[in-house]
Design a protein around this ligand. Structure first.
Ligand SMILES: *Cc1c(COP(=O)(O)O)cnc(C)c1O
Length: 373
C-alpha cells in the first residue's frame, strides 16, 4: 500500500502518519460504470437552463455563504423550512463536517459495514473512534438488536439507505428506534434515495426525531457529480452547528447557480430515474441468469440504488479483463471485508448495460473453455 514519505510521516499530525494517499484506481475507459454516476444526458432543456444561469453569474463576488436561494428552492421541494437545510460541497463535505462538529477524540461513530468507505476515513481524520455492527454476510441486513444495543452507547450513528455498495434499505421503523436510543445524532445517508421507492425515506421522521440528520446529494440521481453539491435536513439547531463550523465559501457561485437550476427543473429528472430503475431490474435479472450455473459460488443482490452488487469467482481478474479487453470500468470490492469477490456495477444507459452484460458473458464462457481445454 502507498504511504507518505518518511519526512511527511514525522511532520503530519501523529494520527495521520499512516494515512494512505487516495488512489481511485481510475483508468480512462470507454464505459465508466465504476462511480455510481448518472450516465444519462441531462433532461431536455436542463442544460440550456444551467448554461443561462452560469452566464448570468458574476464571478468577481464571493458566494452567498449559506446558498440561501438554493436553500429556498430545496425547502419548497422537500417541504421543510430553510433553517432546517445546510448545503455543502458535495455530500462528502457534509459527512466530514458531521464528524468534525460532533465527533473527535473520545467520541465514537457507529457504522454498519460493508458500507461507504468515506465514513471510516473522515472518522480517522477527525480522530473519532469507529464502532462497527456488521451486516448479515448473506443478506446484508443490519442485525436489529445488535444495532440498537450499540446505538445506545454511540455518540454518532450513520445508517445508509439505500446502502452503498450492498443496495438494501434500512427500514424506517429501525431508523426511528435508533434515533430513540442514541444519545447523540443519527445520520441517514440517502445519497441514492431518489432511486428507491418514495415511501422509504427517513425524512418523515424529522419532526419526530430532533437528533436525525438526512443527507442528500445532487451527484447521483441529478447527474451532477462534477459540481459538488449536497445538502442535509435536520432540526434547526443542528443546522446552526453545521453552519457554524463550515468553510464559509465552500459552495461556489457556479455550483449554487447550477444546483438552483437543476432543483428548479427537478420534475424533468423523474423519467430518467424511472428508466434507471427499470434498467436496474434488467441488470439484476440478466446478471442472475448469467451466474446461475455457478450456483453458490456467485450471487446477485437486489438493489434500491443505481448500481448492482454481484459476486463471482475471480472478481478482480474479471474486473481487469473488463477494463483491458472491453474498456469498461466497474468497481472491485474484493479487498473489502464481507465483499470477497464482489463487483459493483453502476446501472448505465441501455447500451452501456448491454455492453457490460455481453462482455461478462464472453469472459465467463471463455473461462469455461479454459477449464475444458
Ligand atoms: C456518492 C455518495 C455520497 C456523496 O457523494 P457526493 O458526490 O460527495 O455528494 C454520500 N454517501 C454515499 C453512500 C455515496 O455513495
Amino acid at each position: 500500500m502507498a504511504q507518505l514519505s518518511s519526512r511527511m510521516r514525522t511532520l503530519v499530525q501523529p494520527h495521520l502518519a499512516d494515512i494512505e494517499p487516495y488512489d481511485p484506481a481510475f483508468t480512462p475507459c470507454k464505459i465508466n460504470l465504476s462511480a455510481n454516476e448518472n450516465t444519462y444526458p441531462l433532461p431536455e432543456g436542463v442544460r440550456e437552463a444551467i448554461d443561462a444561469a452560469l452566464a448570468a453569474t458574476p464571478l468577481n463576488r464571493y458566494p452567498d455563504p449559506m446558498s440561501n436561494d438554493l436553500r429556498d428552492q430545496i425547502a419548497a421541494w422537500r417541504g421543510v423550512e430553510r433553517g432546517r437545510i445546510c448545503v455543502g460541497n458535495g455530500g462528502d463535505e457534509l459527512l466530514y463536517n458531521f464528524l468534525l462538529a460532533f465527533g473527535g477524540v473520545g467520541r465514537t461513530l457507529l457504522t454498519c459495514p460493508p458500507d461507504f468507505s468515506e465514513y471510516a476515513f473522515f472518522a480517522s481524520l477527525t480522530q473519532t473512534g469507529v464502532e462497527r455492527v456488521w451486516r448479515d454476510p448473506a443478506t446484508f441486513d443490519v442485525p436489529r438488536d445488535e444495532l440498537l444495543d450499540a446505538a445506545s452507547r454511540a455518540d454518532l450513528v450513520i445508517l445508509t439507505s439505500p446502502n452503498n455498495p450492498t443496495g438494501n434499505l434500512v427500514p424506517i421503523d429501525l431508523a426511528r428506534e435508533v434515533c430513540r436510543v442514541c444519545p447523540g445524532l443519527v445520520m441517514v445517508d440517502e445519497a441514492y434515495g431518489e432511486f428507491a421507492d418514495a415511501c422509504t425515506t427517513a425524512e418523515c421522521l424529522l419532526d419526530e426525531c430532533d437528533n436525525l440528520v438526512v443527507l442528500h446529494t445532487l451527484s447521483k440521481a441529478f447527474g451532477e457529480a462534477g459540481i459538488r453539491c449536497g445538502y442535509v435536513l435536520a432540526a434547526s439547531d443542528v443546522i446552526d452547528a453545521f453552519a457554524a463550523i463550515r468553510q464559509i465559501y465552500s459552495v461556489n457561485v457556479l455550483t449554487q447557480a447550477v444546483a438552483f437550476a437543476a432543483v428548479r427543473n427537478r420534475r424533468t429528472f423523474a423519467p430518467v430515474v424511472d428508466e434507471i430503475r427499470a434498467q436496474r431490474e434488467r441488470m439484476v435479472q440478466e446478471l442472475s441468469a448469467l451466474v446461475e450455473p455457478l450456483a453458490s459460488q456467485a450471487a446477485v443482490w437486489p438493489s434500491h440504488g443505481n448500481f448492482v452488487l454481484v459476486r463471482l469467482p475471480h472478481a478482480s481478474d474479471v474486473r481487469a479483463r473488463l477494463r483491458d479487453e472491453f474498456s469498461i470500468l466497474v468497481r472491485d470490492f474484493s479487498y473489502a471485508p464481507g465483499l470477497e469477490d464482489c463487483l459493483r456495477i453502476t446501472v448505465g444507459t441501455p447500451a452501456e448495460n448491454t455492453a457490460v452484460l455481453d462482455a461478462l458473458r464472453a469472459i465467463m464462457e471463455c473461462d469455461g473453455c479454459d477449464e475444458r481445454g
